[in-house]
Design a protein around this ligand. Structure first.
Ligand code: IPE
Ligand code: IPE
Ligand code: MG
Length: 246
């Protein structure tokens, strides 16, 4: 398996990597532990991946932490996830600041518990001036909800007479997405063995390279990220054109 230095030497590093952090529950189940133990172990994987992404020179990392559909889970699991988020974000914040991480939240923050919103606002404010690694956390995120929100914002602009329906193009839509001004993901990684996108970044992954692996998220580490990037480097991205020309 290649080292970080070798992989950087060997080809282009994806600018934006998005990850569906899946498999925490199964990881815990395999060990006869409660599901929340899997979520705790998942936080350790986040720490490893942040470090490795920085070393590889990945500029944008988007992590799917909680979907608009995850509210369907038992209240106790939802509560445990929210508590874990506040606890870990508060604990890790000084380190994130030192490492030059710029945090951004993708999703509707207003529906989250007040203490979660407070912890997020603090973290956003303290990392706002960093630019080494942009980390986007998709939280209460749904790709369809994001597109519906964008439609509503554009409809309001039309209603106010600021925009003609015929003027609406891809750039107008992109400007109203939660990801406004971010480049599209080049590589989408899904650990946990499922072959689906589960309502993640539906617009933005139009031309992302997909990498699925059976490794469960709490087991995911440097070697898995390197393997995903190595697979990415072997892909021929044509964007609908012809090989070798863009
Ligand atoms: C992903 O792990 C974490 C969240 C969706 C919050 P899961 O909790 O979905 O783990 P599995 O898929 O049940 O193993
Ligand atoms: C996707 O995982 C959402 C997150 C990782 C936050 P899920 O476990 O919710 O997805 P499904 O239910 O397997 O599609
Ligand atoms: Mg899952």
């Amino acid at each position: 398996m290649a080292t970080i230095a070798e992989i950087k030497e060997q080809g282009a590093i994806p600018r934006h990597v998005a990850i569906i952090m899946d498999g925490n529950g199964r990881w815990a189940q395999q060990r006869q532990l409660p599901r929340v133990a899997g979520h705790r172990a998942g936080v350790e994987a986040v720490r490893r991946v942040l470090e490795c992404a920085g070393a590889l020179g990945i500029k944008y990392l988007t992590l799917y932490a909680f979907s608009t559909e995850n509210w369907k889970r038992p209240q106790a699991e939802v509560d445990a996830l929210m508590r874990l988020l506040v606890e870990k974000l508060t604990e890790e914040l000084p380190d994130l600041v030192v490492r030059g991480v710029h945090l951004r939240i993708l999703g509707n923050m207003e529906d989250l518990p007040c203490d979660v919103q407070d912890a997020l606002r603090t973290a956003l404010a303290q990392t706002a001036h960093n630019s080494r690694l942009y980390v986007n956390i998709a939280l209460n995120y749904g790709g369809r909800r994001e597109l519906v929100d964008a439609c509503q914002k554009l409809a309001r602009q039309v209603q106010r007479g600021e925009l003609e329906p015929g003027q609406i193009d891809e750039e107008h839509v992109e400007r109203e997405l939660y990801t406004a001004s971010l480049p599209d993901p080049d590589l989408l990684i899904r650990p946990g063995g499922e072959y689906r996108v589960s309502n993640f970044l539906l617009w933005q992954i139009a031309y992302a390279e997909l990498y699925m692996t059976p490794t469960l998220w709490p087991d995911f580490g440097e070697q898995d990220l390197i393997a995903a990037v190595a697979a990415f480097q072997k892909r021929d991205r044509r964007f609908g054109g012809l090989k070798g020309r863009s």
